[in-house]
Ligand binder design. Structure first.
Ligand code: EPZ
Length: 429
Protein backbone atom coordinates (compact mmCIF):
# COMPACT_ATOMS: atom_id res chain seq x y z
CA UNK A 1 0.00 0.00 0.00
CA UNK A 2 1.34 3.44 -0.95
CA UNK A 3 2.34 5.91 1.75
CA UNK A 4 3.13 9.63 1.65
CA UNK A 5 6.17 11.03 3.40
CA UNK A 6 6.23 14.73 4.30
CA UNK A 7 9.07 16.72 5.81
CA UNK A 8 7.45 19.80 7.28
CA UNK A 9 8.54 23.41 7.48
CA UNK A 10 8.76 24.42 3.80
CA UNK A 11 6.70 27.43 2.63
CA UNK A 12 4.64 27.04 -0.58
CA UNK A 13 5.17 29.29 -3.59
CA UNK A 14 3.84 29.02 -7.15
CA UNK A 15 0.65 27.94 -8.90
CA UNK A 16 -1.70 25.01 -8.41
CA UNK A 17 -4.17 24.02 -11.14
CA UNK A 18 -7.47 22.98 -9.57
CA UNK A 19 -9.10 19.89 -11.09
CA UNK A 20 -12.74 19.29 -11.97
CA UNK A 21 -15.02 18.57 -9.01
CA UNK A 22 -15.26 14.93 -7.94
CA UNK A 23 -18.72 15.51 -6.49
CA UNK A 24 -19.99 16.94 -9.78
CA UNK A 25 -18.20 14.42 -12.02
CA UNK A 26 -19.73 11.41 -10.24
CA UNK A 27 -23.42 12.43 -10.59
CA UNK A 28 -22.74 13.69 -14.14
CA UNK A 29 -21.41 10.25 -15.08
CA UNK A 30 -24.51 8.69 -13.50
CA UNK A 31 -26.74 11.07 -15.49
CA UNK A 32 -25.44 9.39 -18.66
CA UNK A 33 -27.84 6.52 -17.84
CA UNK A 34 -30.75 8.85 -18.68
CA UNK A 35 -30.06 8.88 -22.43
CA UNK A 36 -29.23 6.44 -25.19
CA UNK A 37 -27.10 9.14 -26.84
CA UNK A 38 -23.47 10.03 -26.10
CA UNK A 39 -22.70 12.29 -23.12
CA UNK A 40 -19.27 13.92 -23.37
CA UNK A 41 -17.79 15.25 -20.12
CA UNK A 42 -14.69 17.49 -20.13
CA UNK A 43 -12.48 18.45 -17.17
CA UNK A 44 -13.12 15.14 -15.37
CA UNK A 45 -10.54 14.60 -12.60
CA UNK A 46 -8.30 11.52 -12.64
CA UNK A 47 -9.40 9.89 -9.42
CA UNK A 48 -9.89 6.40 -8.10
CA UNK A 49 -13.61 7.15 -7.53
CA UNK A 50 -14.05 8.10 -11.20
CA UNK A 51 -12.39 4.83 -12.29
CA UNK A 52 -14.52 2.84 -9.89
CA UNK A 53 -17.75 4.47 -11.09
CA UNK A 54 -16.71 3.72 -14.65
CA UNK A 55 -16.53 0.02 -13.69
CA UNK A 56 -19.88 0.22 -11.88
CA UNK A 57 -21.54 1.81 -14.94
CA UNK A 58 -19.88 -0.84 -17.12
CA UNK A 59 -21.86 -3.40 -15.18
CA UNK A 60 -25.07 -1.78 -16.49
CA UNK A 61 -23.72 -1.93 -20.05
CA UNK A 62 -22.36 1.62 -20.26
CA UNK A 63 -19.31 2.24 -22.51
CA UNK A 64 -16.82 4.89 -21.41
CA UNK A 65 -14.08 6.17 -23.70
CA UNK A 66 -11.35 8.29 -22.12
CA UNK A 67 -9.15 10.86 -23.81
CA UNK A 68 -7.26 13.97 -22.75
CA UNK A 69 -3.84 15.04 -21.71
CA UNK A 70 -1.81 12.85 -19.37
CA UNK A 71 -0.85 14.05 -15.90
CA UNK A 72 2.36 16.04 -16.05
CA UNK A 73 1.82 17.29 -19.61
CA UNK A 74 2.22 21.03 -20.09
CA UNK A 75 -1.31 22.35 -20.62
CA UNK A 76 -2.89 20.00 -18.18
CA UNK A 77 -6.68 20.04 -18.49
CA UNK A 78 -8.38 17.03 -16.96
CA UNK A 79 -9.69 14.15 -19.01
CA UNK A 80 -12.62 13.83 -21.39
CA UNK A 81 -15.07 10.98 -20.93
CA UNK A 82 -17.36 9.98 -23.79
CA UNK A 83 -20.09 7.94 -22.18
CA UNK A 84 -22.66 5.88 -24.02
CA UNK A 85 -25.53 4.12 -22.28
CA UNK A 86 -27.17 3.17 -25.60
CA UNK A 87 -28.10 -0.27 -24.29
CA UNK A 88 -28.63 -0.91 -20.61
CA UNK A 89 -28.05 -4.62 -20.09
CA UNK A 90 -28.63 -4.88 -16.36
CA UNK A 91 -30.71 -2.75 -13.95
CA UNK A 92 -29.16 -4.32 -10.83
CA UNK A 93 -26.37 -2.60 -8.88
CA UNK A 94 -24.90 -5.34 -6.70
CA UNK A 95 -23.70 -5.06 -3.10
CA UNK A 96 -20.04 -5.73 -4.04
CA UNK A 97 -19.99 -2.52 -6.09
CA UNK A 98 -22.36 -0.21 -4.17
CA UNK A 99 -20.60 -0.97 -0.88
CA UNK A 100 -17.34 0.32 -2.38
CA UNK A 101 -18.76 3.70 -3.32
CA UNK A 102 -21.89 5.16 -1.77
CA UNK A 103 -22.67 7.50 -4.65
CA UNK A 104 -23.25 4.50 -6.91
CA UNK A 105 -26.59 4.04 -5.10
CA UNK A 106 -27.71 7.12 -7.05
CA UNK A 107 -28.05 5.02 -10.24
CA UNK A 108 -31.46 4.07 -8.86
CA UNK A 109 -32.96 7.34 -10.16
CA UNK A 110 -31.96 7.23 -13.86
CA UNK A 111 -32.51 3.46 -14.04
CA UNK A 112 -36.08 3.57 -12.75
CA UNK A 113 -36.85 6.72 -14.76
CA UNK A 114 -35.61 5.33 -18.09
CA UNK A 115 -36.02 1.56 -17.71
CA UNK A 116 -39.02 1.40 -15.34
CA UNK A 117 -37.09 -0.67 -12.81
CA UNK A 118 -33.97 -0.71 -10.69
CA UNK A 119 -32.59 -3.09 -8.10
CA UNK A 120 -29.88 -1.41 -6.08
CA UNK A 121 -28.10 -2.66 -2.99
CA UNK A 122 -28.35 -0.56 0.18
CA UNK A 123 -24.91 1.04 0.61
CA UNK A 124 -24.25 -0.04 4.21
CA UNK A 125 -22.05 1.72 6.77
CA UNK A 126 -19.32 4.21 6.07
CA UNK A 127 -16.44 5.79 7.96
CA UNK A 128 -18.17 9.16 8.49
CA UNK A 129 -21.45 7.92 9.94
CA UNK A 130 -24.56 5.91 9.18
CA UNK A 131 -25.55 7.91 6.05
CA UNK A 132 -29.05 6.57 5.36
CA UNK A 133 -30.81 6.62 1.96
CA UNK A 134 -34.38 7.04 3.23
CA UNK A 135 -34.79 10.48 1.61
CA UNK A 136 -33.64 9.21 -1.80
CA UNK A 137 -36.21 6.44 -1.57
CA UNK A 138 -38.87 8.93 -0.43
CA UNK A 139 -38.14 11.10 -3.49
CA UNK A 140 -38.60 8.36 -6.09
CA UNK A 141 -41.61 6.99 -4.22
CA UNK A 142 -43.21 10.47 -4.39
CA UNK A 143 -42.62 10.34 -8.15
CA UNK A 144 -44.75 7.20 -8.32
CA UNK A 145 -42.23 4.34 -8.09
CA UNK A 146 -43.29 1.31 -6.11
CA UNK A 147 -40.57 0.47 -3.59
CA UNK A 148 -39.80 -2.90 -2.03
CA UNK A 149 -36.86 -3.76 0.17
CA UNK A 150 -35.70 -7.35 -0.14
CA UNK A 151 -32.51 -9.01 1.06
CA UNK A 152 -30.61 -5.75 1.39
CA UNK A 153 -31.75 -4.44 -2.00
CA UNK A 154 -34.05 -1.53 -2.80
CA UNK A 155 -36.28 -2.49 -5.71
CA UNK A 156 -37.95 0.43 -7.48
CA UNK A 157 -40.59 -0.25 -10.14
CA UNK A 158 -42.46 2.18 -12.36
CA UNK A 159 -43.57 0.13 -15.39
CA UNK A 160 -45.72 2.99 -16.70
CA UNK A 161 -43.13 5.67 -15.98
CA UNK A 162 -42.76 8.24 -13.21
CA UNK A 163 -45.19 11.13 -12.54
CA UNK A 164 -44.28 14.67 -11.50
CA UNK A 165 -44.98 15.47 -7.83
CA UNK A 166 -44.15 17.85 -5.00
CA UNK A 167 -41.13 16.66 -3.00
CA UNK A 168 -40.43 18.41 0.30
CA UNK A 169 -37.16 17.36 1.91
CA UNK A 170 -37.31 17.48 5.73
CA UNK A 171 -33.54 18.14 5.74
CA UNK A 172 -31.13 19.40 3.11
CA UNK A 173 -29.61 16.49 1.22
CA UNK A 174 -27.28 16.59 -1.77
CA UNK A 175 -27.87 12.92 -2.66
CA UNK A 176 -31.65 13.30 -2.27
CA UNK A 177 -31.70 16.39 -4.48
CA UNK A 178 -29.58 14.75 -7.24
CA UNK A 179 -31.90 11.73 -7.15
CA UNK A 180 -35.07 13.81 -7.34
CA UNK A 181 -33.77 16.02 -10.17
CA UNK A 182 -32.59 13.09 -12.30
CA UNK A 183 -35.75 11.04 -11.82
CA UNK A 184 -38.10 14.01 -12.35
CA UNK A 185 -36.36 14.95 -15.62
CA UNK A 186 -37.99 11.95 -17.31
CA UNK A 187 -41.26 11.99 -15.30
CA UNK A 188 -44.63 12.86 -16.80
CA UNK A 189 -45.61 16.37 -15.62
CA UNK A 190 -44.16 18.95 -13.27
CA UNK A 191 -42.09 18.29 -10.15
CA UNK A 192 -41.39 20.88 -7.48
CA UNK A 193 -38.58 20.19 -5.01
CA UNK A 194 -38.70 22.22 -1.79
CA UNK A 195 -35.75 22.60 0.61
CA UNK A 196 -33.43 21.40 -2.15
CA UNK A 197 -29.66 21.36 -1.60
CA UNK A 198 -28.04 24.51 -3.08
CA UNK A 199 -24.54 23.07 -3.60
CA UNK A 200 -22.85 24.24 -6.85
CA UNK A 201 -22.63 20.59 -7.94
CA UNK A 202 -26.46 20.43 -8.04
CA UNK A 203 -26.55 23.44 -10.38
CA UNK A 204 -23.78 21.93 -12.51
CA UNK A 205 -25.63 18.64 -13.00
CA UNK A 206 -28.88 20.51 -13.75
CA UNK A 207 -27.11 22.65 -16.32
CA UNK A 208 -25.80 19.51 -18.06
CA UNK A 209 -29.28 17.91 -17.93
CA UNK A 210 -30.74 21.07 -19.52
CA UNK A 211 -28.19 20.75 -22.34
CA UNK A 212 -29.50 17.18 -22.72
CA UNK A 213 -33.02 18.56 -23.20
CA UNK A 214 -34.33 18.58 -19.63
CA UNK A 215 -36.42 21.52 -18.40
CA UNK A 216 -35.07 22.36 -14.95
CA UNK A 217 -35.23 25.80 -13.35
CA UNK A 218 -34.12 27.05 -9.95
CA UNK A 219 -31.19 24.63 -9.46
CA UNK A 220 -28.79 26.28 -7.01
CA UNK A 221 -31.74 27.66 -5.01
CA UNK A 222 -33.83 25.79 -2.44
CA UNK A 223 -36.82 25.46 -4.85
CA UNK A 224 -36.27 23.54 -8.06
CA UNK A 225 -38.99 23.11 -10.70
CA UNK A 226 -38.73 20.38 -13.32
CA UNK A 227 -41.03 19.96 -16.32
CA UNK A 228 -40.58 16.32 -17.25
CA UNK A 229 -39.73 15.39 -20.85
CA UNK A 230 -40.17 12.00 -22.53
CA UNK A 231 -36.59 11.64 -23.76
CA UNK A 232 -33.15 13.17 -23.17
CA UNK A 233 -30.41 13.61 -25.79
CA UNK A 234 -26.64 13.58 -25.77
CA UNK A 235 -24.65 16.72 -24.86
CA UNK A 236 -21.18 18.03 -24.07
CA UNK A 237 -20.42 19.54 -20.67
CA UNK A 238 -17.37 20.68 -18.72
CA UNK A 239 -17.24 19.80 -14.99
CA UNK A 240 -17.04 22.79 -12.58
CA UNK A 241 -13.85 23.34 -10.53
CA UNK A 242 -13.49 21.36 -7.31
CA UNK A 243 -14.32 23.78 -4.47
CA UNK A 244 -13.13 21.32 -1.82
CA UNK A 245 -9.78 20.82 -3.54
CA UNK A 246 -9.54 24.63 -3.83
CA UNK A 247 -10.25 25.09 -0.12
CA UNK A 248 -7.84 22.32 0.80
CA UNK A 249 -4.91 23.96 -1.02
CA UNK A 250 -5.88 27.37 0.36
CA UNK A 251 -5.67 25.87 3.86
CA UNK A 252 -2.38 24.13 2.99
CA UNK A 253 -0.85 27.50 2.02
CA UNK A 254 -2.25 29.07 5.20
CA UNK A 255 -0.63 26.26 7.21
CA UNK A 256 2.77 26.16 5.51
CA UNK A 257 2.85 29.95 4.79
CA UNK A 258 3.88 31.26 1.36
CA UNK A 259 2.06 32.67 -1.67
CA UNK A 260 0.21 30.50 -4.20
CA UNK A 261 -2.18 31.19 -7.08
CA UNK A 262 -4.98 28.61 -7.29
CA UNK A 263 -5.84 28.47 -11.00
CA UNK A 264 -8.97 27.31 -12.86
CA UNK A 265 -11.24 27.93 -9.88
CA UNK A 266 -13.70 30.57 -8.67
CA UNK A 267 -14.10 32.24 -5.24
CA UNK A 268 -17.92 32.16 -5.28
CA UNK A 269 -17.76 28.36 -5.05
CA UNK A 270 -16.35 28.57 -1.50
CA UNK A 271 -17.01 32.08 -0.18
CA UNK A 272 -17.76 30.97 3.38
CA UNK A 273 -14.48 29.04 3.64
CA UNK A 274 -12.49 31.97 2.20
CA UNK A 275 -14.18 34.29 4.73
CA UNK A 276 -13.07 32.00 7.57
CA UNK A 277 -9.49 31.99 6.27
CA UNK A 278 -9.50 35.81 6.07
CA UNK A 279 -10.75 35.94 9.64
CA UNK A 280 -7.82 33.70 10.62
CA UNK A 281 -5.42 36.26 9.11
CA UNK A 282 -4.78 34.71 5.67
CA UNK A 283 -4.57 36.98 2.62
CA UNK A 284 -7.10 35.97 -0.05
CA UNK A 285 -7.35 37.84 -3.35
CA UNK A 286 -9.57 37.09 -6.33
CA UNK A 287 -7.75 37.69 -9.59
CA UNK A 288 -8.84 37.02 -13.15
CA UNK A 289 -6.57 33.96 -13.12
CA UNK A 290 -8.03 32.44 -9.95
CA UNK A 291 -7.55 32.87 -6.20
CA UNK A 292 -4.31 34.07 -4.64
CA UNK A 293 -3.67 32.78 -1.13
CA UNK A 294 -0.80 34.15 0.97
CA UNK A 295 0.43 34.18 4.53
CA UNK A 296 3.71 35.52 5.82
CA UNK A 297 5.25 34.03 8.97
CA UNK A 298 2.74 35.90 11.22
CA UNK A 299 0.46 34.00 13.61
CA UNK A 300 -2.97 32.60 12.80
CA UNK A 301 -6.04 33.81 14.65
CA UNK A 302 -8.44 31.18 16.11
CA UNK A 303 -11.97 30.85 14.65
CA UNK A 304 -15.38 29.47 15.61
CA UNK A 305 -17.02 27.54 12.78
CA UNK A 306 -20.11 25.37 12.37
CA UNK A 307 -20.47 23.23 9.24
CA UNK A 308 -23.68 23.72 7.25
CA UNK A 309 -25.14 22.96 3.81
CA UNK A 310 -24.06 25.36 1.02
CA UNK A 311 -23.55 28.33 1.21
CA UNK A 312 -22.37 27.55 4.76
CA UNK A 313 -18.95 26.20 5.73
CA UNK A 314 -18.63 22.76 4.05
CA UNK A 315 -18.28 19.60 6.11
CA UNK A 316 -15.77 18.44 3.49
CA UNK A 317 -13.33 21.16 4.70
CA UNK A 318 -13.90 20.61 8.42
CA UNK A 319 -10.92 18.27 8.98
CA UNK A 320 -8.57 20.52 6.99
CA UNK A 321 -9.62 23.63 8.97
CA UNK A 322 -9.11 21.72 12.21
CA UNK A 323 -5.56 20.85 11.15
CA UNK A 324 -4.92 24.56 10.50
CA UNK A 325 -6.35 25.65 13.85
CA UNK A 326 -3.95 23.34 15.72
CA UNK A 327 -1.37 26.10 15.07
CA UNK A 328 -3.58 29.14 15.80
CA UNK A 329 -2.76 31.51 18.66
CA UNK A 330 -5.67 30.67 20.95
CA UNK A 331 -8.71 28.43 21.20
CA UNK A 332 -10.88 27.51 18.20
CA UNK A 333 -14.19 25.70 18.18
CA UNK A 334 -15.48 23.61 15.26
CA UNK A 335 -18.96 22.09 15.29
CA UNK A 336 -19.91 19.37 12.78
CA UNK A 337 -23.63 19.33 11.98
CA UNK A 338 -23.81 17.26 8.77
CA UNK A 339 -22.27 13.88 9.64
CA UNK A 340 -22.00 12.35 13.09
CA UNK A 341 -18.67 10.65 13.67
CA UNK A 342 -16.75 12.81 11.19
CA UNK A 343 -13.93 13.33 13.68
CA UNK A 344 -11.70 10.38 12.82
CA UNK A 345 -8.81 12.78 12.19
CA UNK A 346 -8.80 14.08 15.77
CA UNK A 347 -6.84 11.22 17.31
CA UNK A 348 -4.30 11.30 14.49
CA UNK A 349 -3.80 15.08 14.77
CA UNK A 350 -3.23 14.53 18.50
CA UNK A 351 -0.45 12.07 17.57
CA UNK A 352 1.26 14.99 15.83
CA UNK A 353 1.08 17.05 19.05
CA UNK A 354 -2.27 18.85 18.60
CA UNK A 355 -4.43 19.70 21.63
CA UNK A 356 -8.02 18.85 20.73
CA UNK A 357 -10.96 17.95 22.95
CA UNK A 358 -14.13 16.43 21.62
CA UNK A 359 -17.50 17.00 23.21
CA UNK A 360 -20.37 15.57 21.17
CA UNK A 361 -20.40 17.35 17.82
CA UNK A 362 -17.93 20.07 18.87
CA UNK A 363 -14.15 20.01 18.86
CA UNK A 364 -12.21 22.53 20.93
CA UNK A 365 -8.74 23.13 19.56
CA UNK A 366 -6.06 24.74 21.69
CA UNK A 367 -3.40 26.11 19.33
CA UNK A 368 0.13 24.80 19.99
CA UNK A 369 3.57 26.29 19.29
CA UNK A 370 4.71 23.30 17.24
CA UNK A 371 3.60 19.96 15.79
CA UNK A 372 6.01 17.06 15.51
CA UNK A 373 6.08 14.50 12.68
CA UNK A 374 4.83 10.94 13.38
CA UNK A 375 3.35 7.99 11.50
CA UNK A 376 -0.40 8.55 11.03
CA UNK A 377 -3.32 7.12 9.09
CA UNK A 378 -6.93 7.99 8.45
CA UNK A 379 -10.12 6.33 7.46
CA UNK A 380 -11.62 8.78 4.99
CA UNK A 381 -10.60 11.09 2.24
CA UNK A 382 -10.85 14.51 3.91
CA UNK A 383 -9.39 13.22 7.19
CA UNK A 384 -6.35 11.93 5.28
CA UNK A 385 -5.67 15.24 3.62
CA UNK A 386 -5.97 17.06 6.95
CA UNK A 387 -3.01 14.95 8.10
CA UNK A 388 -0.98 16.02 5.08
CA UNK A 389 -1.81 19.65 5.91
CA UNK A 390 -0.71 19.20 9.52
CA UNK A 391 2.46 17.47 8.30
CA UNK A 392 3.37 20.51 6.16
CA UNK A 393 3.86 22.50 9.36
CA UNK A 394 5.16 19.69 11.60
CA UNK A 395 8.82 19.40 12.52
CA UNK A 396 10.52 16.40 10.97
CA UNK A 397 9.00 13.52 9.07
CA UNK A 398 5.35 12.47 8.95
CA UNK A 399 4.39 9.25 7.21
CA UNK A 400 0.74 9.21 6.08
CA UNK A 401 -0.47 5.64 5.65
CA UNK A 402 -3.48 4.36 3.67
CA UNK A 403 -2.98 6.82 0.84
CA UNK A 404 -5.69 5.13 -1.21
CA UNK A 405 -8.21 7.34 0.62
CA UNK A 406 -6.43 10.40 -0.77
CA UNK A 407 -6.41 8.98 -4.29
CA UNK A 408 -10.20 8.75 -4.18
CA UNK A 409 -10.52 12.53 -4.19
CA UNK A 410 -7.24 14.36 -4.78
CA UNK A 411 -5.58 14.22 -8.16
CA UNK A 412 -1.76 14.10 -7.98
CA UNK A 413 -1.73 15.73 -4.54
CA UNK A 414 1.99 15.16 -3.95
CA UNK A 415 2.91 16.54 -7.42
CA UNK A 416 0.83 19.68 -6.93
CA UNK A 417 2.33 20.37 -3.50
CA UNK A 418 5.93 19.50 -4.34
CA UNK A 419 5.82 21.77 -7.43
CA UNK A 420 5.24 24.61 -4.91
CA UNK A 421 8.19 23.63 -2.74
CA UNK A 422 6.75 21.13 -0.26
CA UNK A 423 9.04 18.25 0.69
CA UNK A 424 6.55 15.48 -0.03
CA UNK A 425 6.83 12.16 -1.84
CA UNK A 426 4.85 9.01 -2.46
CA UNK A 427 6.43 5.78 -1.38
CA UNK A 428 5.02 2.94 -3.47
CA UNK A 429 4.26 -0.53 -2.28
C1 EPZ B 1 -22.48 14.55 -0.59
O1 EPZ B 1 -22.80 13.37 0.13
C2 EPZ B 1 -21.01 14.46 -0.92
N1 EPZ B 1 -20.75 13.29 -1.75
C3 EPZ B 1 -20.20 14.40 0.37
O2 EPZ B 1 -18.83 14.40 -0.01
C4 EPZ B 1 -20.51 15.63 1.21
O3 EPZ B 1 -19.84 15.53 2.44
C5 EPZ B 1 -22.02 15.74 1.45
O4 EPZ B 1 -22.73 15.72 0.18
C6 EPZ B 1 -22.43 16.99 2.19
O5 EPZ B 1 -22.01 18.12 1.49
C7 EPZ B 1 -20.90 13.37 -3.07
O6 EPZ B 1 -21.33 14.36 -3.62
C8 EPZ B 1 -20.50 12.18 -3.88
P1 EPZ B 1 -26.19 14.40 1.90
P2 EPZ B 1 -24.30 12.96 0.32
O7 EPZ B 1 -27.22 13.56 1.23
O8 EPZ B 1 -25.04 13.42 -0.87
C9 EPZ B 1 -28.52 12.82 5.79
C10 EPZ B 1 -16.54 13.79 0.23
O9 EPZ B 1 -15.63 13.72 1.09
N2 EPZ B 1 -29.34 11.99 4.89
O10 EPZ B 1 -26.22 15.86 1.63
O11 EPZ B 1 -24.34 11.53 0.68
C11 EPZ B 1 -27.08 12.38 5.86
O12 EPZ B 1 -26.89 11.30 6.73
C12 EPZ B 1 -17.95 13.53 0.62
O13 EPZ B 1 -16.33 14.07 -0.97
C13 EPZ B 1 -30.42 11.31 5.42
O14 EPZ B 1 -30.72 11.40 6.61
O15 EPZ B 1 -24.72 13.85 1.58
C14 EPZ B 1 -26.39 13.64 6.31
O16 EPZ B 1 -26.53 13.79 7.69
C15 EPZ B 1 -18.24 12.58 1.66
N3 EPZ B 1 -31.16 10.51 4.58
C16 EPZ B 1 -27.20 14.74 5.62
O17 EPZ B 1 -28.46 14.14 5.28
C17 EPZ B 1 -30.88 10.39 3.26
O18 EPZ B 1 -31.58 9.65 2.55
C18 EPZ B 1 -26.58 15.28 4.34
O19 EPZ B 1 -26.27 14.18 3.47
C19 EPZ B 1 -29.77 11.09 2.73
C20 EPZ B 1 -29.02 11.90 3.57
Amino acid sequence: MDRIRVNGGKPLHGRIAISGAKNAALPLMIASLLTEDMLVLDNVPRLADVNLLQRILGNHGVDVMISGKRPGEAEYTGQTLSISAARIVDTTAPYELVSRMRASFWVIAPLVARMGEARVSMPGGCAIGTRPVDLLIMAIERLGAQIDIEAGYVIARAPNGLRGAEIVFPKVTVSGTHTAVMAASLADGTTVIENAAREPEIADVASCLNKMGARISGAGSSRIVIEGVSKLNGARHSVIPDRIETGTYAIAVAMASGDVLLEHTRPELLQSALDVLREAGVTIQSTNEGIRVARDGGGLRPVEVTTAPFPGFPTDLQAQLMALMTRARGTSRITETIFENRFMHVQELVRLGAHIQLDGDTATIEGVERLKGAPVMATDLRASVSLVIAALAAEGETMVNRVYHLDRGFERLEDKLSACGADIERIRG
